[in-house]
Write a protein that binds this ligand. Structure first.
Ligand code: SF4
Length: 346
């Protein structure tokens, strides 16, 4: 049972507001489960405004399971380039192959079957089910969690087991038997446009009279974050005749992506190159803050098996880790403006 009195009137207010103010997003014009799945995966950890162009490009290049399943991993990662969290791209690639092999090229129906696909959890399975098939499945993403936590004035962390159980319970209780797609889209949109993380627009909120939040800006409560740890990373700028040496990653998180090789000071004869980095900046990584320093390094006599030379002007479509792409772009820009002196061979 919902903690909100009269859920039907609550939903009616939400529907009226959504029909007037809901955004016209490309994935809202379709009930193709493939398209909805791609949009949902892209929207994880990424803002709508960023996703729109990526989604359009992706649907043009890989319009269905078959084209995606038969593409190379390099092409898939290349098109994902810039969205980050590359495990998402690898998962959609392998999920498309599973769909072709085990489901005759069609997204399975039913939460349990959808959840068996790589990279699909409880939220995404529910989103595919409700947005593609209009099934009355509850969903709780970050926007909905914030709206529900405020409506209920929930004082326990939303990322705790008890918090999750309360949110999913309330999402289930509020779910209508029909118009599930409309309802889930509307409550999600309320979180995106009105019930904002920092400054919720309560005076214009269509469900304000149902809301029990005492101090909405302080909600949702989350578990304390782990302490930020400082790390250092030294990478090598190795260039020759307009080419740059890059190394392909093999670990779980970065597999298939290219980055600058690790810096090896023993390969440098020039003492200044060892002590003065060409570029230095910090970037966040989970609960770490990494100080990345790029040092000029002479080219090795032979490359490692996982290393390759690339033309400097061909890097745009290459899947690279975001900090290393940023480093390469900044060094090249500094070279053009003369802020970094690089030998004529570079
Ligand atoms: Fe969010 Fe304010 Fe609406 Fe409550 S009244 S749901 S806090 S926007």
């Amino acid at each position: 049972m919902s903690a909100i009195q009269n859920p039907k009137l609550f939903r009616d207010s939400l529907f009226r507001w959504f029909k007037k103010y809901g955004r016209d997003l490309p994935w809202r014009d379709t009930n193709d489960p493939y398209a909805i799945w791609i949009s949902e995966i892209m929207l994880q950890q990424t803002q709508v405004i960023t996703v729109i162009d990526y989604y359009r490009r992706w649907m043009k290049r890989f319009p269905d399971f078959q084209t995606l399943a038969t593409a190379s991993e390099a092409d898939v990662l290349g098109l994902w380039q810039g969205l980050g969290y590359y495990s998402r791209a690898r998962n959609v690639h392998s999920a498309a192959q599973v769909v072709m092999k085990e489901h005759c090229g069609k997204m399975p129906t039913g939460l349990a079957e959808i959840r068996k696909l790589p990279g699909i959890g409880r939220y995404t399975a529910g989103a595919i089910s409700t947005f593609a098939y209009d099934e009355p499945e509850p969903i709780v993403d970050a926007n909905i969690a914030r709206v529900l936590a405020r409506l209920l004035n929930l004082r326990i962390p939303v990322d705790s087991t008890a918090g999750q159980s309360t949110l999913w319970g309330e999402a289930t209780a509020l779910q209508p038997k029909s118009n599930a797609r409309l309802y889930n889209s509307a409550i999600m949109e309320l979180g995106a446009l009105v019930c904002l993380p920092r400054s919720p627009k309560c005076p214009v909120c269509p469900v304000q009279k149902y809301c029990t939040a005492v101090n909405p800006e302080a909600l949702p409560v989350k578990k304390p974050r782990p302490k930020t740890l400082e790390l250092t990373e030294n990478a090598a700028w190795i260039v020759k005749g307009g080419n740059i040496l890059l190394q392909q990653q093999t670990g779980v998180r970065w597999r298939g992506l290219w980055k600058l090789p690790a810096f090896d000071p023993s390969l440098n004869t020039d003492q200044q190159s060892v002590s003065t980095p060409l570029l230095q900046f910090t970037y966040p990584f989970t609960h770490h803050r990494v100080m990345l320093s790029i040092f000029r390094q002479s080219s090795p006599a032979t490359n490692g098996a996982d290393q390759s030379w690339f033309k400097m002007n061909s890097l745009e479509q290459l899947a690279m880790t975001a900090p290393h792409r940023r480093a390469v772009e900044q060094i090249l820009a500094a070279k053009i403006t003369g802020r970094i002196k690089i030998s004529k061979n570079d």
